[in-house]
Design a binder for this molecule. Sequence first.
Ligand code: M1P
Length: 243
Amino acid sequence: MEKIYAFDVDGTLTDPRQTIDPQFNEFFLEFAKKNLVYLVTGSDRDKIAEQLPAETLNACYGLFACSGAELWAGDRLIYRKAHDFPASMHAAVKRLIDESPYGKRCGCHIEERPGMLNITTVGRNATNEERKEYHAWDNKHGERREFIRVLSGLYPHYEFSAGGEISIDIVPYGWTKAVAKREIEERHLDCSITFFGDRMGDGGNDKPLADVLKNHVNHRAIAVNSYKDTWKFLLPVETVCAA
Ligand code: M1P
């Protein structure tokens, strides 16, 4: 049976939207060279390439980007799914963001990715400090939770998740990270998958994949709080591999 390791990126291999810790990268690169590793992220490949060195990305067997709407092997695109989001959804999102009482707008509030919309009040151009400020405000006021409540009432055929610190990912129903399970199983007929993610709770974008894996005796989902947790879990595996 092939042993597959799958990892979310932001909050699991790196701090959100930050480059990977150099020491952890050294460890993880060796791990990816010795094991079958997939990355499963809500982000697009360009963002992940800013966070992980090319050598590390290339050492991974595959990268599911945009919640599985794309699969990459190194810099080779294996597949890409597309979806046209309704104009009315863009308008509804714009209205919510315009009416938000949050004071700061940094630009790029609706980002279209293959098979996904990413929406954010503070904006994708926010600096790390501006992200932290919005995240703290949102934790207090529950804005993203409220946006998800409103939008899922209007668009029941879509799924909404607060995958990172400042934004909400919107995908057509079923186009969540859970697709990675089926895609991996089709490519590795007899396999066990161990998935690491930091957003496996309600509304988190790792939950759909964690849930489908937990239903299968061969697979496991491990919740972590940061790359340091992931590192701790992997250390014993790496020691066994090296032995
Ligand atoms: O990979 C997790 C999330 O990372 C970013 O979220 P945020 O900007 O809110 O921290 C986004 O790329 C998001 O799409 C992604 O799910």
